[in-house]
Design a protein around this ligand. Structure first.
Ligand code: ADP
Length: 280
């Protein structure tokens, strides 16, 4: 039987992610581009993933689009909400997980996952930047750091600076004022992570905690946030090994479920199979 390639394209608000699966399980290629909907990001993510898989678009049997900009994807065979794709994705990685926390660029979600990998409720913050990747992006810029450097800084903290403002704009002013008071930058980053953790923990509690709990989304790459969230919730959080790719992975798994299931020596719609066709 010929290999079946399926593609999941997750067009986020901040980043575009693409996963190509071979036969529904093996990742043949993937890409993350730090540019989301309305940019060249989705096309670039698709091209990079195809190049990594060393195949062309003609070899992709089904495409499922997801994410904030999912309706803008041309040529998708299915369009599925990111909540469902995240549930499918995490179930394929950690089937026992019942609560998924997805921390993305502009929103935060707590998702209930059933034992069959279906979405069974969610709570979402997409109204306020606090507690999302955007909050961390803004703080990193003020500290002249890249978001990927934040975790190492908080790991060296000796105490945690209290950030009292919940609003991103006011919290930014607060961080600037702490910097001018020569507060240790590591302690400041630890405070920023705790602020995200407190907001996220409140979101998860609104859904209701059902263990095991996992985390996905670009912010899951920040081990400082994950650690602060574990402390805040008082439980262990599994980090998806595909963290930022979880939605795209779930979309590619969904696409595999939509594949043409007739075997390649297909029975013509009219007429009977010949012996030769059956061997093919
Ligand atoms: P969306 O799907 O909403 O576009 P993502 O789930 O892709 O968002 O997450 C984007 C966010 O992930 C960024 O805003 C950034 O804060 C965070 N991020 C991306 N890469 C890293 C990294 N290497 N380390 C820490 N945080 C990261």
């Amino acid at each position: 039987m010929a290999d079946v390639y399926t593609m999941g394209l997750d067009v986020g608000s901040t980043a575009s992610k693409c996963v190509i699966l071979k036969n529904g399980t093996k990742i043949a290629g993937s890409a993350v581009i730090a540019a989301g909907t309305g940019t060249s990001g989705p096309k670039r993510a698709r091209s990079e993933a195809l190049a990594a898989a060393k195949i062309t678009m003609n070899e992709i049997q089904k495409v499922t689009a997801t994410g904030y900009g999912r309706n803008t994807v041309e040529g998708a065979d299915a369009v599925v909400s990111e909540l469902s794709c995240h549930a499918i994705g995490i179930h394929a990685i950690f089937p026992e997980v019942r609560t998924l926390i997805d921390l993305g660029g502009q929103d935060a979600k707590a998702i209930r996952v059933t034992e069959n990998g279906r979405l069974d409720g969610f709570v979402m913050n997409d109204k306020c930047a606090a507690g999302t990747g955007r909050f961390l992006d803004v703080m990193a810029r003020v500290l002249e750091l890249d978001v990927s450097e934040l975790a190492a800084k908080s790991a060296m903290a000796e105490s945690v600076v209290n950030i009292s403002s919940t609003c991103t704009v006011f919290a930014e002013s607060e961080v600037i004022s702490q910097l001018s008071n020569n507060v240790d930058i590591c302690d400041l980053v630890a405070g920023i992570h705790r602020s995200v953790a407190v907001r996220t923990a409140n979101l998860v509690r609104r859904l209701g905690i059902k263990e095991p709990v996992a985390i996905s989304g670009g912010v899951a790459l920040n081990s400082g946030v994950v650690k602060a969230l574990e402390e805040e919730l008082g439980l262990e959080i599994r980090v998806s090994p595909l963290a930022q790719l979880n939605g795209a992975y779930g979309a590619a798994v969904h696409a595999f479920g939509q594949r043409d299931r007739s075997d390649k020596g297909t029975v013509p719609l009219s007429g009977k199979r010949t012996g030769k066709e059956e061997i093919q």
